[in-house]
Design a protein around this ligand. Sequence first.
Ligand code: GAR
Length: 219
Amino acid sequence: MMAHDVTEPRILVLASGAGTNLQSLIDATTARDFPGRIVAVGCNRPQAVALERAALAGIETFTVDHTRYDSREAFDGRLRAEIDRYAPDLVVLAGFMRILTTDFVRAFHGRMLNIHPSLLPKYPGLNTHRRALEAGDRLHGVSIHFVTEDLDGGPVIAQAEVTVQPGDTAESLAERVQQREHVLYPIVVRWFCEGRLQLAGEQVLFDGEPLPQPFYLGE
Ligand code: GAR
């Protein structure tokens, strides 16, 4: 493997579960020409498969088990202390299933991304695939956005769509959405590492210009 440039952007990934998005980012960032590297993976669940994926790739890991903290503030304080040890340029939420406090979110303003399995602003929160099916939507998908204090409401950078097929279940839809996630997240993380993406207030800037609407990846 080629040695990484010490000046390239430092990425820290937070995950809670299977870590398939983490895997897509590991695969992308270990490619020779990727302009950033993952310096650590943090998890709130000690048993998360994401931790195994990171360890297999030789990436440092840490766990802050949310069940051991009696308030969101205490949990976030500890999480932030762990993150700060790695001085990341970018924090990537990849299936990190904790609601973060305002102080935490503010500390990473403009340098924290999230992936959400719906075409935001539709279906913030949980059970997005079931809700899209129940609403009879013909189009569903995934969004990547800057994290702000507004839960799943930060400015959207990019979306990829999935056509709902007759007979789809929440599970079959989730699987197809995830396939798109694994393509889209590395692209957006690359843009950030190349310095092409910024957040000015609530406005996404791409190459220094306001992004009029999210990038849209068709099927
Ligand atoms: C992904 O589908 C991601 O969009 C979703 O969790 C899954 C994690 O999968 N995120 C959210 O629901 C955030 N609100 P993974 O652990 O295999 O990457």
